[in-house]
Design a protein around this ligand. Structure first.
Ligand code: SF4
Ligand code: SF4
Length: 167
């Protein structure tokens, strides 16, 4: 497994973002027959190569969404009511209809270790991120197109797909 070099990741995404997004658009329009068998295999390869603890870019630059169950569970952990927790840490995004962090990096990220201080009870959104093969790729294409700019694991998976598929 390799440590993530965020500086070089940002340079690579700067160079390849447009081409990768066009590739994803083509896959979305004409999904290859084997794509949904291929993505779980590629995901396994990706996690052998990418070390999230050397990255934490998602926790540093994006926000998770919090479900009512997440808010109830995490606020109880801190001895707060859901309202107190929301007032302290969250804002409601009217456009998306979601509760999100007010600040970035996430208040629960330990910036020295890149570890989540509420790992066991973290939001469901965090535990599923970056959703590489959780659903059919065409159902999550909008997510991958957004995440590719922030998540080296998503980038690596799309890079692998691009090498294998002539789309
Ligand atoms: S709750 Fe934990 S996993 Fe989720 S964004 Fe914050 S630090 Fe990262
Ligand atoms: S999920 Fe992606 S952005 Fe988050 S730590 Fe892992 S590689 Fe980095």
């Amino acid at each position: 497994m390799q440590a993530v070099n965020l500086k070089s990741f940002k340079q690579k995404i700067g160079r390849n973002k447009t081409a990768f997004k066009r590739f994803l658009n083509r896959v979305n329009k004409n999904p290859p027959k084997n794509i949904d068998e291929l993505t779980p295999k590629l995901e396994k390869e990706v996690w052998k190569e990418v070390d999230c603890l050397s990255c934490a870019n998602c926790c540093k630059t994006m926000t998770p969404t919090y479900t009512p169950a997440d808010i109830k569970r995490i606020s109880a952990h801190f001895g707060q009511t859901p309202k107190q927790f929301k007032d302290q840490w969250l804002k409601f995004d009217k456009k998306e209809g979601d509760w999100q962090n007010k600040i970035q990096p996430c208040q629960f990220l330990n910036l020295k270790t890149n570890m989540c201080s509420i790992y066991e009870i973290r939001p469901t959104d965090c535990s599923g991120f970056p959703y590489l093969s959780i659903k059919k790729i065409t159902d999550y294409m909008h997510v991958h197109k957004q995440n590719i700019e922030y998540c080296p694991a998503t980038y690596k998976m799309v890079e692998k797909m691009q090498k294998l598929l002539s789309v």
